[in-house]
Design a protein around this ligand. Structure first.
Ligand code: 5GP
Ligand code: ZN
Length: 130
């Protein structure tokens, strides 16, 4: 039988990962959507009136760790975003963010796509540093 690592899931990382624990129901979350591959839930520290995240249920550290076999689930996350954003109260667009690694200031190392929105336009994207 293939080990977790051979299947692309690092069992050690997954055991301690906050988002894997949310997937397993060990940490409560306010669920937005769930299917066999994907979970969406509200961010615990929202930075916009609508702020939830879409994650693959499989533990993948970041967008810098995805492989070709993840194309389908990542594509599905993008396809779901507009329907969920609308349902959550962002009727006319939204912003998606995937922070990646040290440069992207990623805090939780389980790949996730933030969806931000609300009734009014969001602030500008990031401040110019120069
Ligand atoms: P990152 O900076 O890695 O892109 O974003 C991680 C996000 O996860 C942060 O916005 C943070 O508020 C959120 N977060 C961290 N721990 C938890 C948690 O236990 N539950 C929920 N719902 N969100 C969390
Ligand atoms: Zn995880």
């Amino acid at each position: 039988m293939a080990s977790g690592r051979e299947q692309g899931r690092d069992p050690v990382a997954a055991d301690n990962c906050i988002f894997c624990r949310i997937v397993r129901g060990e940490i409560p979350s306010r669920k937005v959507y769930e299917d066999e591959q994907i979970l969406a839930f509200h961010d615990i520290n929202p930075v916009a009136p609508v702020h939830f995240m879409l994650i693959p249920k499989e533990h993948v550290e970041s967008l810098a760790h995805v492989e070709e076999r993840h194309q389908q689930v990542l594509g599905k996350m993008l396809v779901l975003a507009h329907k969920l954003a609308r349902e959550q109260g962002s009727p006319d667009g939204f912003r998606t963010i995937v922070n990646t690694g040290r440069i992207g200031r990623q805090d939780v190392f389980h790949v996730h796509m933030h969806v931000l929105g609300g009734k009014d336009p969001l602030p500008g994207m990031i401040q110019r540093s120069t």
